[in-house]
Write a protein that binds this ligand. Structure first.
Ligand SMILES: [Zn+2]
Ligand SMILES: [Zn+2]
Length: 284
């Protein structure tokens, strides 16, 4: 049975266009639906319509609409829209879509939500998330870093801790069936001891590419930027691009690679990397 991973959102938490922003890319995306990038999220879908959501972005409604265009998902019979959700961390792009599982909207029943024990405690403690737990819309399943989640037989998601600014919770990266590596948010590759080992063991890697270079964020203290620049990522893994797919994702609206025709985008492709696209599919 084929398992597909679908990119539901290749944008950074705020997506493109970003609310309140008036950069040229935001204006272009408001005029051209093909330039829009939604909040960071993946779906894992099999032929029978079983579907796991990885991160619940603020764009979850539009992401569901797009998923419904896929026959395997449209034919889904289960009452809940997903068979479960894995949350990487509590930054707005990755979990606030959970609100749509509550009684004002989908009113799901016991939807399994896997996240770190830290994040489970955060959701249990704070409104409005604690109401999802109290009303049994979601059922929290704390998964310690370095454990394996099995949403259904044969789908194995290994989760691990990555360094990322943790105001509220710690942060997970994950490996899907040891084939696809997903690290949408990380402070920097040099801060993660397992970066090259994990990339080496995966044929397909989706990696944090929030910013291209410091040039796009003038006036910001670089120490506040808790992401690797694409320039750093090309250096960190450029020698590993042969024989595996290194796909960049989680683009900030300021990132010039959001425009596939930009010189920066061409430089990324020239270095043997790829740029994630909305609704791009990977068959595992
Ligand atoms: Zn993010
Ligand atoms: Zn984050």
């Amino acid at each position: 049975m084929a398992t597909r991973v679908i990119v539901l959102g290749s944008g950074q938490d705020g997506g493109l266009p970003q609310f309140g922003a008036r950069m040229a890319a935001d204006t272009a995306a408001r005029l051209d639906p093909l330039a829009v990038r939604l909040g960071p999220s993946l779906a894992v879908l099999d032929d029978t319509g079983r579907c796991l959501l990885i991160d619940a972005s603020p764009d979850i409604k539009e992401q569901e609409s797009r998923l419904l265009r896929l026959p395997a998902y449209a034919a889904r019979k289960a009452a809940n829209p997903f068979d479960g959700v894995i949350l990487t961390h509590a930054h707005m792009g990755h979990y606030v879509g959970l609100a749509h599982f509550g009684r004002e909207a989908a009113h799901t029943h016991q939807l399994p939500v896997w996240c770190t024990p830290d994040m489970a405690a955060f959701l249990r403690k704070h409104a409005p998330w604690e109401q999802l737990v109290a009303l049994k819309n979601i059922a929290l399943h704390p998964a310690a870093p370095d454990s394996v989640i099995e949403p259904w037989p044969g789908l194995k998601i290994r989760v691990f801790a990555v360094p990322h600014r943790g105001e509220y919770t710690d942060t997970l990266g994950l490996s899907i069936n040891e084939k696809l590596l997903y690290v949408p948010d990380i402070d920097g590759w040099q801060h993660w001891a397992h970066a090259r080992t994990e990339v080496a063991r995966h044929a397909l890697c989706l990696l944090d590419a929030t910013f291209f270079s410091p040039a796009e964020i003038p006036g910001r203290d670089l120490k506040e930027i808790s992401h690797p620049f694409i320039e750093d990522t090309l250096r960190a893994f450029g020698d590993m691009a042969k024989g595996r797919r290194l796909v960049l994702t989680h683009f900030n609206h300021s990132n010039p690679v959001c425009d596939p025709g930009s010189p920066q985008a061409r430089a990324v492709l020239g270095a043997g990397f790829e740029l994630a696209a909305e609704m791009q599919e990977f068959t595992l």
